[in-house]
Design a protein around this ligand. Structure first.
Ligand SMILES: [Zn+2]
Length: 127
């Protein structure tokens, strides 16, 4: 197996991994870069030469970066954290017998956290 080491290879930007080729192939079908034998070497890659056409439109790079994040993953993490903090805070104020004002303040982040959590889970299920 051979691999395309070009970091700005259109295949790599689409898939997030170096393009793989059969041994008899000598250059990448996407970007014409000479192939290397080791996958590790290909992942480290070679920097695109200056004036590289694939560096061009900013939208392409942004899209590739955004796609690396799992959809909704951030919402789930933040939502769960807020929910936990809210629960912990509520329990704390309840045990301390503090005023109802503090108790109600903790509901805000909890509700917000629950909404984000649900939205994140739904996005993750959809994506
Ligand atoms: Zn390539």
């Amino acid at each position: 197996m051979k691999y395309c080491p070009h970091r700005a290879c259109p295949h790599r930007q689409r898939v997030g991994a170096p393009a793989e080729f059969l041994d008899h192939v000598s250059s990448c079908s996407d970007c014409k870069t000479p192939l290397v034998d080791s996958e590790r070497e290909a992942i480290e890659g070679i920097a695109p030469p200056s004036g590289d056409p694939y560096r061009g439109p900013a939208g392409r790079t942004t899209a590739a970066v955004v796609r690396r994040h799992r959809p909704g993953g951030n919402d789930v993490a933040i939502g769960a954290a807020l929910l936990l903090v809210g629960l912990w805070f509520t329990g704390l104020t309840y045990m301390n017998g503090s005023s109802h004002g503090t108790y109600i303040v903790a509901l805000g982040p909890m509700i917000y956290g629950a909404i984000r959590l649900l939205r994140g889970l739904r996005e993750r299920a959809a994506g």
